[in-house]
Design a protein around this ligand. Structure first.
Ligand code: F6R
Length: 262
C-alpha cells in the first residue's frame, strides 16, 4: 500500500487525477472503476480540466461505477447516474455505450448483478478503481460485516451511512435504504486501487483501514490484501495515522524521485 499524504484536498485531487491521466496516456482504452460522493469531485474536476485544456482523451475509455441507490431513476438528482453525468460524463468524451452504472430501477436484482459482473470481465477487467471511504470504513456500499469475498449485489445501508448521506437529500427519510454495489471481492480484482479520503471525519476510518487488522468490519482494510493500491489523503484524514511520518518519508525518498536542489 502506498500512502500519499497531501497538504490539501485540492492537491490530493490533482495528484490522484495525474495517476488516472498517466494510465490513459499509456493505455487509452483503459477500463476505469468510478466512485461518487463528495470526495472524488475534485479529482473529476481536474480530469475535466485536463480534457479541456490539455486534450486528455477518453474516447476509448470504458467505465464501471461502484454503486447506485435502489429505487432512484437515472434522472433523480441524488442518483449516482445524475452525479456522474454532472461531474464527469457530460464534460468529457467517453462514448455513452462504454458507461456502466448499476441500475437503480431494475426489477431483477440478481440477474442485473450477475450481468454487471460478467460485463466487467467481458471488458477485460478494471484497470484502475477509484474509491472513497465511508466514516464506518466502507468501500462502495460494503458496510461493516460485508464479506471480503462479496460480489455485486443488493445491500442494505447501515444507519451511519444513511445519516452521512442525508446531507444530499431533503430529509433523512428520503435516503434509500438499499443499494446495488460491487462487492469487496469484485473491487479487489481491479488491477490497481486508488482510494481518496479527506477531512477529519474520515481519520478514524482511514487509520483502521490502513493500520488496523484486515476484517469485514472495516471493508476498506481489504486494500491491505491488494498488491497495487494507492491511498491519497489530506492532512486531516491522515491525522490519526501512527506511521504518518514514515509514509511522508517514503514519498520524499522514492527511488527515482528527483532530489531537491541544494
Ligand atoms: C460512492 C461510494 C461510497 C463513498 C463513501 C464516501 O460511490 O462508493 O463508498 O465513497 O461513502 O462518501 P463521501 O465521499 O461522500 O464522503
Amino acid at each position: 500500500m502506498e500512502v500519499i499524504i497531501c497538504p490539501s484536498y485540492e492537491e490530493m485531487s490533482i495528484m490522484a487525477a495525474r495517476e488516472v491521466a498517466s494510465l490513459l496516456n499509456t493505455k487509452p482504452n483503459a477500463v476505469l472503476g468510478l466512485a461518487t460522493g463528495s470526495t472524488p469531485r475534485g479529482l473529476y474536476a481536474e480530469l475535466v480540466r485536463m480534457h479541456k485544456e490539455e486534450g486528455l482523451d477518453f474516447s476509448q475509455v470504458t467505465t464501471f461505477n461502484l454503486d447506485e441507490y435502489v429505487g432512484l431513476p437515472d434522472d433523480h438528482p441524488q442518483s449516482y447516474h445524475y452525479f456522474m453525468r454532472e461531474h464527469l460524463f457530460k464534460h468529457v468524451n467517453i462514448p455513452e455505450q462504454n458507461i456502466h452504472i448499476p441500475s437503480g430501477t431494475t426489477r431483477n436484482h440478481v440477474a442485473f448483478c450477475e450481468w454487471y459482473e460478467r460485463r466487467i470481465k467481458e471488458c477485460g477487467g478494471i484497470d484502475l478503481q477509484i474509491l472513497g471511504i465511508g466514516a464506518d470504513g466502507h468501500i462502495a456500499f460494503n458496510e461493516p460485516g460485508s464479506s471480503l469475498g462479496s460480489r455485486t449485489r443488493i445491500k442494505t445501508l447501515a444507519a451511519q451511512t444513511i445519516k452521512d448521506n442525508a446531507r444530499f437529500f431533503e430529509k433523512e427519510e428520503d435516503v434509500p435504504i438499499y443499494a446495488i454495489t460491487m462487492g469487496v471481492g469484485t473491487i479487489l480484482e481491479a488491477r490497481r486501487l486508488l482510494l481518496l479520503a479527506n477531512g477529519e471525519n474520515k481519520a478514524e476510518a482511514v487509520r483502521n483501514a490502513i493500520e488496523g487488522p484486515v476484517c469485514s468490519m472495516v471493508t476498506a482494510s481489504a486494500l491491505q490484501l491488494h498488491p497495487r493500491s494507492m491511498i491519497f489523503l489530506d492532512e486531516a484524514a491522515a491525522g490519526k495515522l501512527q506511521m504518518a511520518d514514515y509514509y511522508k518519508w517514503v514519498q520524499q525518498n522514492k527511488p527515482g524521485a528527483p532530489k531537491p536542489e541544494v
